[in-house]
Design a protein around this ligand. Sequence first.
Ligand code: FAD
Length: 552
Amino acid sequence: MSDVKHMKWWGWGVDGVAFHHENKPGFAPFVKKNLGLDLKKTKGEPPTFADIDVPSSRAAESFVLLLAGIVGDEHVETDDMSRVVHTFGKSIRDLIRVRTSAFPRAVDVVVYPANEAEVRLIVDAVVASDAVLIPFGGGSNIAGSLEPLAGEERTVVSLDLGRLNRVIELDADSSLARIQAGAQGPDLEAELNEAGWTLGHFPDSFTHSTVGGWVATRSSGMQSDKFGDIADIAKGLRVVRPGGVLVLRPLPSTSTGPSVREMILGSEGRLGVITEVTVQIHRIPAKREILAYLYPTWDAGLAAMREISESDATPSITRVSDGNETLFSFATSKKSKGFSALATKGLGVFLKAKGWDTEKMCLSFVGNEGGEELVATNQKIIAGIVKKHGGITVGKGPGVLYDQKKFDTPYIRDWFLDWGGSADVSETAAPWSKLPELYRNVIASANHAFDEIGVKGWIMAHLSHSYTSGACLYFTFAYLDTGDAITNYDVVKSAIQQAFIDAGGTLSHHHGVGLEHAPWMEQDISTEGVKVMRGLFGAVDPGRHFNPGKVL
Ligand code: FAD
């Protein structure tokens, strides 16, 4: 049995960690009012594995032996639990399906190579045996990027990169680190920190995702405003392909085009197996501080974020929540801590006296890091912009709390599933000029979809990841399911995705395409764009051995 760590088969994160509402006084009234969920009723329980009906492995014994000959018996698995863990990511669609034994197809065999040489042998064996190979990083994707296609007749191999998990080399002169593709966020960051460096890439899924997965899905972390998206951070790559290794040396820039590096970014396993990524790293900043601000309205917050992006300030995090997400933040605050404490200290009274509608006010976090002087200068510029847009500076307390709790939020979704609810996220990016209307259209489309499926739905949003030309808007939606959960999800998710495209946004800012977003590819990159991409996939993988069907 492999000793590579995985998330729980039925939900997010590790066993023994879960969301609890009992210590959050505002939570029960919040969900009662906005979702119709009565927490006095009895909660359901997560499923047990014995209740799950898993399709048998179709891998021939001879093929399993061939793989075992490459990596050793103990690094090949065909048991049901391993195959279930490797069949899905962690979207709500995945979680609903895994809880209800709805497997369109499960992977047949999981293999854990120890090094690139073994990856090469596996890749060649897969092609020679006319099998299918799906690389597996942390299994955290939410775009249907891991599951085998329904109706796939061939043997499906999940190649888990978990044993390729080391930082291989640091080039301090160039601020570069060579990292094996299966290294997970906390492990690689700890190794870098020990040497005085940071990667600066912190997606919300940081605790359970890998550098190879980040590259393969074009990931973005919460400090992207300063450190860039993974597309900026990944400078060099090694990708195993049938019969060879595609090597892209880390170069500060190049005029060699079209960029093969860009083709690998977001390729979701379709162009081969990434074994190594050379990343841009940074000295750990002397100071890092996240301050909280409040705005009277969403429009004011949005306008301030735009102005910050245009200013001389260089923040690492720019984030503003809409009114609904701000209410949610208050509702998930612990007793007499953070936002609740603020409220009890009379902030609400003060803001009401200022004429604010506290149901509509918007909470913002802006993080700065670097030398003391830079942080102070940035904060001064930002405070001026906040004031100009009618906002107020709240201070450090909520920012510290946000920083501590930022990786805990995903656990709420599993808790909500136990209550019969569905919750998920969809995010996009669009030019600044289109964001106000995009926001309004998405909210209207989601509410229309809630009506269509007959539920009391909740949708909230925040802006994060600012660029000179635009930003990412990130929507979270939730409702108590009545009827078929997958059908309901399809209605709501499609409405939101279509609203993104119609309003000038992209199908996803950082979750990738997978199967989930593939229907919007043509609208996103045009018919000719799809032709170019199909040509690429068809030419480099004519036998459709590498994660077929994903992206396109
Ligand atoms: P996996 O899920 O294992 O794989 C994703 C895809 O990449 C698959 O197609 C797989 O075949 C391919 N792949 C993986 N490794 C390799 C490799 N070595 N070579 C070739 N192909 C490979 N994403 C963000 O960017 N930012 C966020 O803030 C963020 N927050 C999230 C929060 C939650 C709660 C969840 C569930 C997801 C979130 N995601 C986020 C999405 C997800 O974490 C990212 O897509 C992440 O980059 C996936 O990495 P992974 O290692 O888990 O890859």
